[in-house]
Design a protein around this ligand. Structure first.
Ligand code: PRP
Ligand code: GUN
Length: 193
């Protein structure tokens, strides 16, 4: 299917998209590769995959389906603060893990890393609980605005400095269900770059 045909299939959502940056097939292939590596690296370790709601839902579900070893999953949720508040390290946990992670091999799964502030805070919080190991798997890495250096053991795509939607990523809670990564048209995207 051409990109135009894919966008047409999504009707009003598709009409808001200026460009598809990463296709559904490219995402599927990359998630498969990540799942294969994780399955090899964590064989016999029964890892706990941890994600932050809500953007990670799609990645987490797809990744779990291609991981071939026993593994567990749990989620955190954080309150959204302004960029200024987050820069001061303010991330408020509104849902904590249900699985105790002391002594466990934890893989933090993130859909997108931009400034790194959210992940930086959450990794510190998880490290305090003494996991046996703590690594990060990110599908979409946006290095342009990174404020904190975070080692990424598993990385999918480097993205340009543009606000993107789809595959879990939203704009005002919309567009999460698009199966690709796209850039919104300028008239839709007010105040974002
Ligand atoms: O590296 P940072 O600049 O901290 O940005 C990354 C965060 O942004 C996204 O969440 P978002 O705030 O969009 O919430 P959502 O997942 O509920 O859409 C993503 O899931 C990360 O948690
Ligand atoms: N939807 C969305 N959320 C983000 N959080 C950090 N970067 C992005 C982005 O490009 N799109």
């Amino acid at each position: 299917m051409t990109n135009d045909a894919i966008l047409a299939k999504y009707g009003e959502l598709g009409r808001d998209i200026r460009e598809i940056l990463i296709t559904e097939d490219q995402i599927r292939q990359k998630v498969l590769e990540l799942g294969e590596r994780i399955s090899q690296d964590y064989a016999d370790k029964n890892p706990v995959l941890v994600g932050v709601l809500k953007g990670v839902l799609f990645l987490m579900a797809d990744l779990l389906r291609v991981i071939t070893i026993p593994s567990e999953v749990d989620f955190l949720a954080v309150a959204s603060y302004s960029a200024e508040a987050r820069q001061r390290g303010m991330v408020r946990l509104i849902k904590d893990l249900e699985i105790p992670i002391d002594g466990r091999h934890v893989l933090f799964v993130e859909d997108v890393i931009d400034t790194g502030l959210t992940l930086g805070y959450l990794l510190r919080s998880l490290r305090d609980r003494n996991p046996a190991s703590l690594e990060v798997c990110v599908l979409f890495n946006k290095p342009a605005h990174r404020l904190i250096d975070i080692p990424l053991k598993y990385k999918g795509f480097d993205l340009p400095d543009r606000f993107v939607v789809g595959y879990g990523l939203d704009y005002n809670e919309k567009y999460r269900n698009l199966p690709f990564i796209g850039v919104l048209k300028p008239d839709v995207l007010k105040g974002k770059t």
